[in-house]
Design a protein around this ligand. Structure first.
Ligand code: A5A
Ligand code: ZN
Length: 481
């Protein structure tokens, strides 16, 4: 009977090859997000999902806290501030929710619900920045932001209330220092995603796709299982565009008042969408140990009189817990198969089983969630053995995801080829960097240019498919979320 129920439950999760259905079902069955909230584009974090969020955001905090400070600015922005930077307004005006009333009274000045916080933060930077000695400023906040998205909304991917928006805003004396900070931001994001075992591509967005009000935008993308890329972070060089409109000046060493240079960079819960989508499988969630709410499930394999086995299991659980490992000791009445199923669905990276034969040999059976690989290990070394598996799981999740990303970068020479192959992944093609050629490429393919990637991926030799000029730059094109 129990086995039959398990079978029925198993069929609840569609195969990952049906990515979209799999994703939606997994969010619910895996208790990440509840999509039944009665406002489009707004979703609810289940406690389990929130636990994953907490651990994920602890990593970005840890990385930023080395040389950033966390602060908190208001959600509401007066229209008068919001409307200062022309490009920024153009970019966001169709996406802003406005607060127009306080009770029954119409407000004198409408209040924008932040779609991002430049215009909330920079009036304060105007007051805070006085002299070169005040610089650099590196501040971040983790907040909700609101965007009236008109494209198809999706949990964790395209929200109207972004609940987990981490935005950093920095101020520097020179343009070059700000450019260095943009590089540093993409390094931090790459490190963050490595900790989540997520491979990334960093590229400079084409001019027509940069952040409204920026000099340029660097983006961090990853590849989702359905072959579409997801932008999971961006870093913008704001030049002195906002400094001029918000009057952010400092006194330099010569006693002159000069405009500051700024950057901003952000990530959202898309990081968790990528985490779940890239590592998950037909059995459910798969987490790298660092962010797994439960890291080890200890399961007694019981036949008949079993006190010894339960005792051995709880000893193992104690040893692991003492070392800070998050352990679930599952002594419920269910059959082992039902227990495996449950902990697999929850993405627990390592399972430790002890049965009568194991106990006789003073060993445990250790099973990895990612590969299903089973090994026996001496009970006396259980802590080291588990820690070793954690490292191995993380390493192999990252390798597997990196290989699958690299395999799906397809070198193309012609736009026909790009169009044909792009449904499977990312197309790499020479580009002369000219705007007209880039726009013509996008038009011909029906997909966007992500940009020219950093490093080897972005260089090569070839001819621009539109103008035929020789070029050393390779662009990547992809269908995007
Ligand atoms: N102020 C800067 C940091 C900014 O707002 N940049 S951004 O518009 O590019 O957003 C930062 C990141 O938030 C994006 O790279 C994307 O990963 C994420 N993001 C943007 N809109 C989103 C939405 N509607 N739902 C979920 N994530 C979103
Ligand atoms: Zn060209």
């Amino acid at each position: 009977m129990a086995e039959k129920q398990t079978e029925e439950k198993k069929s609840a999760l569609p195969s990952k090859s049906n990515f979209s259905e799999w994703y939606n079902e997994l969010l619910l069955t895996g208790e990440i997000m509840d999509v039944r909230y009665p406002v489009k584009g707004l979703y609810v974090w289940f406690p389990f999902g929130f636990d994953v969020r907490k651990r994920t955001y602890a990593i970005i905090r840890e990385l930023l806290d080395k040389d950033h400070q966390e602060a908190l600015f208001p959600l509401l922005i007066p229209e008068t501030e919001f409307m200062k930077e022309a490009e920024h307004i153009k970019g966001f005006e169709n996406e802003v929710y406005w607060v127009t009333h306080g009770g029954k009274n119409e407000l004198d000045v409408k209040l924008a619900m932040r779609p991002t916080s430049e215009t909330a933060i920079y009036p304060m930077y105007k007051v805070w920045v006085r002299s070169h000695a005040d610089l650099p400023i590196r501040i971040y906040q983790i907040v909700n932001t609101f965007r009236y998205e008109t494209k198809h909304t999706r949990p964790l991917i395209r929200l109207r209330e972004i609940t987990s928006f981490k935005e950093a805003h920095t101020v520097h004396a020179t343009w070059d220092e700000a450019a260095e900070q943009v590089k540093e931001a993409t390094r931090i994001y790459q490190e963050f995603y490595r900790r989540l075992a997520i491979p990334t591509i960093v590229s400079k967005r084409p001019d027509w796709d940069k952040f409204p009000g920026a000099d340029y935008t660097m983006a961090v993308d990853t590849l989702m299982p359905d072959g579409k890329t997801l932008q999971i972070g961006t870093a913008h060089h704001l030049g002195s565009n906002f400094a001029k409109t918000f009057d952010i000046k400092y006194e330099n060493l010569n006693g002159e008042q000069v405009y500051a240079h700024q950057t901003c960079y952000g990530i959202s819960e898309r990081s968790i969408a990528a985490l779940i989508s890239i590592h998950g499988d037909d059995k459910g969630l798969v987490f790298p140990p660092e962010v797994a709410p439960v890291q080890v499930a200890v399961i007694p394999i019981i036949f008949g009189n079993s006190e010894d086995i339960i005792k051995a299991c709880s000893d193992v659980a104690e040893v692991l817990k003492k070392d800070g490992i998050r352990v679930a000791l599952d002594t419920s009445d269910e059959r082992p198969g039902a227990k495996y199923y449950r902990w697999e669905m929850k993405g627990v990276p390592v399972r430790v089983e002890i049965g009568p034969r194991d106990l006789k040999n003073n060993v445990a059976t250790i099973v990895r969630r990612d590969t299903g690989g089973k090994e026996t290990a001496p009970l006396a070394n259980i802590l080291e053995e588990v820690r070793k598996r954690f490292e191995a799981v993380h390493k192999s999740l990252f390798e597997k995801a990196s290989n699958s990303l690299n395999e799906r970068i397809i070198n193309c020479d012609t736009l026909e080829e790009v169009k044909e192959r792009i449904t499977n992944g990312i197309a790499r093609i020479p580009w002369c960097l000219e705007r007209e050629c880039g726009l013509a490429m996008e038009e011909a393919v029906g997909a966007g240019i992500l940009g020219v990637p950093e490093g080897d991926l972005g260089s090569g030799t070839g001819k621009c498919p539109v103008c035929g000029k020789g070029t050393q730059n390779m662009a990547i094109m992809a269908k995007t979320y």
